[in-house]
Design a protein around this ligand. Structure first.
Ligand code: ANZ
Length: 798
């Protein structure tokens, strides 16, 4: 066959499109199966090899499932609101609306060249009014469910992106997008109450077929802690403070307590003599970020002058203020146990608090909880009145119960997760559909006014205040609909909102689909959740938590039948160059376009899939691709070599069927390619029939979809190769009927014989001695010894 990938691939892409082979009929609910990669965001840069890796692997799987008779829907779209598009627009001066059109057109052309089985008839762009109408609809649902609220809070602010960020979007104190140091700012902001779902976000993980690492990351991020809130009377006042502790078993080891500088009671309970010190401490502390405060080597603090009364033994405990205690966690006050907590120990050393041991391990030694798992701690309570002698866990339970009975405490569960900060002071996002009455009270924009359009009469460059505030049109629109003195909300939504439900809008037909309802109920029932989701591990604690939260809310609102969006999840690995991540600054970026122009999409795909286990990625290497080119050419030549089957060929085919049936399912594409390579070696050598070749072609469809079609056509097959049924392997065909035996003479291999697997020793030895090369050595020599290792080896000694 003439090897011209460009022509061949275009031909099949056109045929697939003309015949609408990949357009899923969403009304057909039988064997419905959504298999999709994460949607890309258009930034102005072209697709890189990572995209190819992501989409190719996802497509191998989608095709594999289609070949099993699943009604596979593989959608794709663009996450086109947000900073990448906006920053590109700022850089080039082109309005984001125009640059998005241009950039998505380029990307679409690139993606289409891959020949993935995407259903382009149901695509979407999140920045289109037909889409963000639903982003705003989701906002209204949140509002209706009591899950959207506004409050004055210290929020993360990126001075470079000039916008507020959610906690998930701050990584090691830096902005997830631009890498700049994030500041803390007191601002009035919108939040979504994701913490209401903290518990289910943890328990729901159990039923998901996700990488264990990702589940652990989510669990840690959500950070569930079971413990006890203890109430302490402040001596000589009517005030009390609560401390949250996971280890109330250490309560007899408390020698001080610490209150956060932001705690509302601080100034009320500080003694007159300490007031000025405490005030200046607060002033300094509130300037620092949480991260800084937690990372401090040297803990600082000031005495408030207040004393707490120990709820169990009545001892007086000094209360200090210190910034290592955060207001955003627990109750903002902690009991200090220097004997068993490292931080408390450092604090006690600096300020000379006594150290009292109250627990010991099984060896009778003291320990700090930082070194062991709190929830399974083994050991005994000591120095603790009637609790002494109990095991740690028993004591913890008993102390909690006694405190509860005395109304001085209660068992409780704390989460590290914070509510999702939703507003952004940026232009290129979905406007928050809220307006304020003349008294400043917020009201939702009624659904009939959606999409609540993004105004165009604004400068989109960021200044730190929301660009929408400049829009005359938005202000006039608001007054016209709601009345004089009404004002619009001017923040836009975090773009992670746009991608938190997009898989459901695909199911409504995408942007050109159903605009009358969010998702048709029957379609939701049959097609949701997504059965296979493929994308980067970097989304573990952002997109993949937000989307789960939104699905749970929509299920509670009666919109969805299912509470989890993604049943199975796979993260692709990284493609590196010379061991390093590809980046423009390193100058080691491999352009997929050039490779596709030179070799075609099938070869690039097969090579990428061959580089290593899909979830681990691999290192790009230009010479390696030639091996795939040779394999491709050999496969392309198979139709000209059709003859008849031999047992070996049939066995090799069934071995491949067996292997690939497993490999594709578990994303081991590299071993799948290797298996086809082994198979073709045997087929070429031993001969094969048309029927065997047909099955081989079906096995090849996921890895080289265009070539497979071409060969299928050459063989005169009906329909498309992708419409065939996956071959089933026949275990009986796998049984070896002949075995290969090596023949050694004086310890050196001199020949190889093929014998019937059932042959007995005499037959095998006779065959060995008859082997021509072996015969040469035997001539004129006397045979001293002959040994047969069944199924493996004949050893002759002269
Ligand atoms: C006494 C104690 C003794 C504690 C001990 C630990 C070990 P996790 O597991 O992460 O939930 N804590 C509570 N609220 C805090 C806040 N706002 N800022 C800083 N630290 C706070 O951690 C719970 C523990 O973190 C709590 O248990 C408390 O210290 C501290 F040997 O109480 B512990």
């Amino acid at each position: 066959m003439e090897y011209n990938p460009k022509e061949l691939e275009q031909k099949w892409q056109k045929k697939w499109a003309d015949a609408k082979v990949f357009e899923a009929d969403l009304n057909d609910t039988n064997k419905a199966f959504v298999s999709m990669p994460m949607l890309p965001y258009p930034s102005g840069d072209k697709l890189h090899l990572g995209h190819w890796y992501n989409y190719s692997g996802a497509d191998v799987y989608s095709r594999f499932k289609k070949l099993h008779g699943y009604n596979v829907f593989s959608p794709i779209g663009y996450d086109s609101f947000g900073l990448p598009a906006e920053n590109y627009a700022i850089k080039t001066g082109v309005h984001p609306k125009d640059s998005i059109e241009q950039n998505t057109a380029t990307m679409t052309e690139q993606i289409k060249r891959m020949g993935c089985m995407f259903d382009w008839s149901k695509t979407l762009k999140t920045s289109h009014p037909d889409y963000y109408k639903w982003t705003q609809w989701l906002w209204l649902k949140m509002w209706e469910q009591g899950l959207a609220y506004r409050k004055e809070a210290r929020v993360n602010f990126c001075p470079s992106c000039q916008t507020v960020l959610a906690n998930e979007q701050v990584q090691n104190g830096k902005c997830e997008r631009c890498g700049n140091e994030v500041e803390q700012k007191l601002m009035n902001q919108w939040f979504w109450r994701i913490t209401d779902y903290a518990d289910e976000l943890i328990t729901g993980l159990e039923e998901l077929d996700w990488p264990e690492k990702t589940k652990i990351m989510q669990r840690n991020w959500i950070g569930r802690s079971t413990g006890c809130n203890v109430t302490w009377q402040i001596e000589g006042t009517n005030h009390t403070v609560d401390t949250f502790t996971t280890t109330v078993d250490t309560i007899y080891g408390v020698t001080f307590a610490v209150i956060s500088p932001e705690h509302p009671l601080v100034l009320k309970i500080t003694s007159d003599s300490q007031l000025s010190d405490v005030k200046s401490y607060i002033k300094n502390a509130t300037k620092r970020s949480e991260l800084e405060r937690m990372a401090d080597d040297k803990k600082t603090g000031v005495d408030t002058g207040a004393m707490l009364v120990h709820p169990l033994n009545g001892k007086k405990i000094p209360l200090w203020i210190a910034d290592y205690v955060l207001m955003s966690y627990g109750t903002g006050v902690v009991m200090g146990v220097p004997a068993h907590d490292q931080r408390d120990n450092e604090f006690a050393q600096t300020y000379n608090f006594p150290v009292i041991q109250s627990i010991q391990n099984e060896a009778g030694e003291s320990f700090v909880y930082d070194d062991i798992d709190k929830y399974t701690a083994k050991g005994t309570i000591i120095n603790s009145d009637t609790y002494s002698g109990l095991s740690i866990l028993e004591g913890r339970k008993k102390i909690t119960e006694d405190l509860e009975r005395a109304k001085k405490g209660s068992g409780t569960v704390q989460f590290r997760l914070r509510d999702w900060s939703i507003g952004r002071q940026r232009y290129w996002g979905a406007p928050i559909p809220m307006v304020f009455d003349p008294e400043g009270n917020p009201h939702p924009v009624p659904e009939e006014y959606l999409p609540w359009e993004l105004p165009t009469d604004v400068e989109f460059k960021p200044t730190g205040t929301a660009p929408l505030a400049q829009s005359k049109e938005l202000k006039e629109r608001t007054e016209k609909i709601f009345g004089k003195g009404w004002t619009p909300e001017v923040d836009t939504m975090d773009t992670f909102v746009c991608s938190s439900f997009y898989q459901l809008r695909y199911l409504a037909g995408g942007n050109s689909g159903d605009q009358t309802q969010f998702i048709p109920s029957e379609v939701d029932k049959a097609w949701n959740p997504v059965r296979m989701y493929v994308g980067g591990a970097e989304h573990a604690c952002m997109h993949l938590i937000y989307t789960r939260f939104v699905s749970m809310v929509l299920a509670d609102a009666g919109v969805l039948h299912n509470r989890e969006p993604f049943k199975r999840l796979i993260h692709q690995g990284f493609i590196t160059k010379d061991g390093a991540k590809m980046s423009k600054s390193k100058g080691n970026v491999v352009s997929p376009d050039e490779i596709v122009s030179k070799y075609g999409s099938d070869i690039l795909r097969m090579y990428l899939m061959f580089m290593g286990p899909y979830t681990e990625g691999g290192d790009w290497n230009d010479t390696g691709i030639n091996g795939i080119v040779r394999f491709y050419q050999r496969v392309a030549n198979l139709p000209g070599k059709v003859s008849t089957d031999s047992d070996e060929s049939v066995r090799a085919l069934h071995k491949s069927i067996k292997q690939l049936t497993n490999d594709y399912e578990v994303f081991q594409f590299n071993t799948a390619v290797a298996s086809l390579m082994e198979c073709i070696n045997v087929l070429e050598k031993q001969g094969f029939s048309t029927q065997t070749l047909e099955q081989f072609i079906v096995l090849l469809v996921p890895l080289a979809p265009h070539l497979a079609e071409e060969l299928w056509e050459q063989l005169g097959g009906t329909g498309f190769a992708i419409e065939q049924y996956w071959p089933t392997f026949d275990e009986s065909k796998l049984i070896e009927t002949t075995v290969t035996i090596a023949v050694q003479i004086n310890g050196k291999v001199r020949g190889e014989i093929q014998v019937d697997a059932e042959a007995n020793q005499d037959e095998v030895l006779a065959a060995a001695k008859a082997e021509p090369n072996v015969q040469k050595y035997l001539e004129g020599n006397t045979l001293k010894k002959e040994i047969y290792v069944p199924g493996k080896l004949v050893s002759l000694v002269l």
